[in-house]
Design a protein around this ligand. Structure first.
Ligand SMILES: Nc1nc2c(c(=O)[nH]1)N[C@H]1C(S)=C(S)[C@@H](COP(=O)(O)O)O[C@H]1N2
Ligand SMILES: [Mo]
Length: 482
């Protein structure tokens, strides 16, 4: 019998008679690994290494996967059910069937959402903003901001909410702040885009070969003005030693919990947390309004320039420690590999976590396949560009002929932040001449930032199993109306 329990937020596998097993030992020990779904029994041993959720699947060993799939609802697709069917080894007796209807309850408190969002998965709720609406506003209206959830949205009360700050430095010191107590720190505003590390994954998927993850098009990025207090002010007030940062991390934990009761969490290096250029906020407001439930009400951390996963919502605790977050989301996700690594070979334990985002851009209007109507012999093309780490977008170039010629965007809207603090996206417009009788046009977009980094042309060389950092030129084809 294998027991799984939680110790300091980490999973420990325990075999009766033996103590604490590593996952590897556990796999060796289990000659085969079975799960139950509805009335089917499946031997998924050979599937284990390629499970995109890593060792999370171990939780379901010998059990019904239904409670887990209630939380990770994205499993409930035909494709995954078909895949599962290939592993069926038998059926359970009717009398042993379990009633899972109570798990519906988990989803009963989900907020209502704007119908214009493009829903990728409904449980958990993941939705992108339509491209044409991205360029309609420099600061994305809250109801159109893309949404990325791993679990059901927790229901929290701003009046009762408290955030713990735990500083481990030999001894452990814990402080607790209500939102009102946080307000003793100076309040400030930061304009910053949040982008999921998987933004534009669908292009990598289509242009090279399949990757695992939500098939985001270009809509997993939005821009907002965040308001709150600076994380570094709070950390300093809690006695964090700013001269002794090497090898330390800041772990953020949210109130949302997975099927095994583990809270969402991830971390960033302490040095990144304290760097004033990073403008990291404990935010209560977004574009002048209270944070909506989908975006972390009543408190989230906003880590500008980093993959949005580090901007933990529904923030419950901040821990300064020598350890990185030990959560699945930190250890087994949001890391990148070279194009030759497979799910079988990739070693998540040695791959560095992604803490900063590379430059990217996308054409938002027109969309791929649209028919455009030229006006005075030109078409207008609009899009966004973004670079992590506070770099400013200095130029966007568009090619109407597969790279033969490039036309610089004549309008580039950026923020007015100081150098190294350009955390907002840039919106751009370019006018492209159309030749007489031209029936279609291929458009390529690439951006350049203040470090003069630019995008790679092709996805082939940056392909990775998880489809993260998918930032090659954005390429579309449009038809020209007569
Ligand atoms: N507590 C918590 N924080 C979270 C997540 C989550 O599932 N739970 N998802 C992360 C990921 S992967 C992304 S991309 C961003 C999305 O932020 P948004 O939904 O406000 O756009 O939130 C991050 N913070
Ligand atoms: Mo993300």
């Amino acid at each position: 019998m294998i027991h799984v329990k939680r110790e300091k937020g980490c999973r420990i596998y325990q075999h009766s008679g033996l103590t604490k097993l590593s996952l590897i030992t556990l796999r060796k020990l289990l000659e085969s690994f079975w799960v139950i779904y509805k009335n089917g029994v499946y031997d998924v041993t050979s599937f284990l290494p390629s499970h995109p959720g890593g060792d999370q699947i171990m939780m379901a060993g010998g059990l019904s996967i239904e409670p887990f799939w209630s939380v990770y609802g994205m499993h409930k697709t035909q494709e995954i059910c078909d895949l599962l069917e290939t592993y069926r080894i038998g059926n359970i007796h009717e009398a042993d069937m379990i009633d899972h209807s109570a798990e519906e309850e988990l989803w009963s408190k989900e907020p209502s959402r704007d119908e214009r969002l493009i829903v990728k998965t409904s449980r958990p709720f993941n939705a992108e903003i339509p491209a044409k609406l991205q360029v309609a506003h420099f600061d994305t209206p809250n109801e159109l901001f893309f949404v990325r959830q791993h679990m059901p949205v927790p229901e929290l009360d701003a009046c009762k909410h408290k955030v713990k700050v735990i500083v481990k430095n030999g001894e452990t010191k814990t402080r607790e702040f209500s939102l009102q107590q946080l307000d003793k720190f100076p309040r400030t505003k930061v304009r910053a885009a949040l982008m999921c590390a998987g933004n534009r994954r669908s292009e990598m998927n289509e242009e090279v070969k399949p990757v695992k993850g939500i098939s985001w098009q270009g809509g997993a990025i939005s821009n907002a003005v965040w308001e709150g207090v600076l994380l570094r002010d709070v950390l300093r007030d809690c006695g964090v030693d700013c001269n002794n940062v090497a090898g330390k991390h800041v772990i953020f934990t949210g109130a949302d919990i997975d099927a095994t009761g583990v809270n969402f969490s991830t971390s960033i290096p302490l040095e990144q947390a304290l760097n004033p250029n990073n403008c990291i906020l404990l935010a209560t407001h977004m574009n002048g309004a209270e944070l909506p439930p989908d975006h972390g009400y009543p408190l989230r951390v906003v880590v500008p320039g980093a993959p949005a996963v580090r901007s933990v919502k529904w923030l419950e605790s901040i821990t300064v420690s020598k350890e990185e977050s030990c959560s699945h989301w930190h250890q087994k996700d949001y890391r990148s590999f070279n194009a030759s690594e497979t799910w079988e070979t990739a070693d998540f334990s040695t791959a560095p976590p992604i803490y900063s985002l590379p430059i990217t851009s996308a054409i938002c209007d027109p969309a791929d396949g649209d028919t455009v109507v030229p006006k005075d012999g030109v078409v207008e093309v609009r899009g966004y560009a973004y670079s992590g780490g506070g770099a400013k977008i200095v130029r966007v170039d568009i090619s109407p002929d597969c790279g033969e010629t490039w036309i610089q965007a004549d309008e580039l809207q950026t923020d007015d932040a100081p150098a190294q603090q350009h955390h907002s996206w840039a919106l751009w417009t370019v006018t492209i001449p159309v030749c007489k009788g031209q029936e279609d046009m291929v458009l390529w977009a690439k951006a350049t930032d203040s470090n003069f980094n630019t995008q790679p042309e092709r996805f082939d060389d940056i392909w990775n199993i998880r489809g993260v950092l998918s930032n090659a030129y954005h390429k579309i084809t449009v038809q020209i109306a007569r």
